[in-house]
Ligand binder design. Structure first.
Ligand SMILES: Nc1ncnc2c1ncn2[C@@H]1O[C@H](COP(=O)(O)OP(=O)(O)OP(=O)(O)O)[C@@H](O)[C@H]1O
Ligand SMILES: [Mg+2]
Length: 255
């Protein structure tokens, strides 16, 4: 069996007296497509905040390709290969669509400050190469024709896809998508889920997706982890999750 790309063990964080995430564990194989679900306030986004360095866990560890990243800054985690999108869209609204993706590439730049300052050949070549790659990514998510537009002028669904393109630009091994389909209509949701599945295949990236729509998440994910009150109450295939009494009580029962 291939070794996991991401191994999370016993990750916990409290805010004041509240245990937002307690003893969280997960194993992602390279190229896996898995779901993270649970009722509102269960701790899903907090897990992503821990895995992307927004917060540092009180205890536990998460290991990406053999390197324990707990305590690393968000920048270093992104550089190491974990990218994420946000529940509340975060595009740079004053930048163009293309520039938004270039921001992602700049997180993996190889040239130094002086290269950029002196506009050396290496800088110019890298810039041109990055622009081409950024355009290819936009093409992939169906936004190439909007490359020169301001990000703020894109419809909501397009901004969500732009965020995914920007995350992919960092060359992630693991991509964390926090409710990428939120706010979309049924048809857009299904299209987006189809796109996510294709991205996993084409980019060979492991994806963990938070999504409230059971039908959607069960339709594309191989395995699902269920959180309730900060704790994992079940992990399994969609079929196993669907018939798990704890899940039905905590989640399906209230939805
Ligand atoms: N920075 C913080 N300070 C204090 N409490 C926080 C902080 N971040 C999260 N929490 C709390 O941790 C718990 C889990 O929140 P989280 O946003 O992770 O839930 P979620 O599962 O993503 O919910 P939703 O489905 O509504 O997005 C909530 O009770 C929340 O209020
Ligand atoms: Mg959330």
């Amino acid at each position: 069996m291939t070794p996991p790309v991401l191994e999370v063990q016993d990750l916990s964080i409290s805010f004041g007296g509240l245990k937002a995430v307690a003893g969280f564990g997960l194993t992602l194989r390279p190229g896996a497509l898995e779901g993270l679900i649970g009722p509102n306030g269960a701790g899903k986004t907090t897990v992503f905040n821990l895995l992307s360095g927004v917060y540092t866990a009180d205890s536990g560890r998460f290991v990406l390709d053999g390197a324990d990243l707990r305590g690393f800054s968000a920048y270093r985690i992104s550089h190491a290969g974990i990218a994420r999108t946000f529940q509340n869209i975060r595009v740079f609204s004053h930048l163009t669509v293309l520039e938004n993706v270039l921001v992602g590439f700049h997180q993996s730049i190889r040239y130094g400050y002086w290269d950029a300052f002196l506009l050396t050949g290496r800088f110019r070549n890298d810039e041109a190469a990055m622009e081409q790659q950024a355009l290819a990514l936009l093409e992939r998510v169906g936004l190439a024709s909007r490359a020169g537009d301001n990000a703020r002028d894109l419809p909501y669904g397009d901004q969500r896809r732009l965020e995914i393109a920007r995350a992919l630009a960092t060359h992630p091994k693991v991509l964390l998508l926090d409710e990428p389909a939120a706010g979309l209509n049924t048809v857009e949701k299904e299209q987006l889920m189809g796109l996510i599945a294709k991205i996993r295949d084409e980019f060979k990236v492991a994806i963990l997706v938070i999504e409230h729509d059971m039908k959607l998440v069960m339709g594309i994910c191989e395995r699902i982890t269920v959180l309730d009150h900060g704790e994992v109450i079940a992990t399994g295939t969609p079929k196993e999750i669907q018939s798990n009494p704890k899940v039905i009580e905590a989640y399906l029962g209230v939805s």
